[in-house]
Design a protein around this ligand. Structure first.
Ligand code: ZN
Length: 71
C-alpha cells in the first residue's frame, strides 16, 4: 500500500493555532460530512473549541478550499 505523506494544515479561527492532519484523515471527515463537496472538512480546536478551517485542501471532487477565501 502506497501512502502519500501529505498533511493538511488546519488553522483555528479563534486562537490561530495550527495543526497538521494527515490528508487521509481529513478526507475521511470530508466523506462523513454528508457528501457536500462545497464545504471543506472542519474540526474543532481542543483547547478553545474554535472552528478549525483547512489552510488549503483540495476535496475529493476537486473543489479547492483556502483559508484566504473566508478571511
Ligand atoms: Zn483554537
Amino acid at each position: 500500500m502506497r501512502s502519500k505523506k501529505t498533511n493538511v494544515i488546519l488553522h483555528c479561527l479563534t486562537c490561530h493555532k495550527e495543526e497538521k492532519i494527515p490528508y487521509n484523515v481529513v478526507k475521511d471527515f470530508d466523506l462523513m460530512d454528508g457528501g457536500n463537496p462545497s464545504t471543506p472538512p472542519r474540526s474543532t480546536g481542543e483547547q478553545c473549541g474554535g472552528e478549525m478551517y483547512p489552510q488549503y485542501y483540495k476535496g475529493i471532487h476537486g473543489h479547492e478550499h483556502k483559508l484566504s477565501d473566508i478571511l
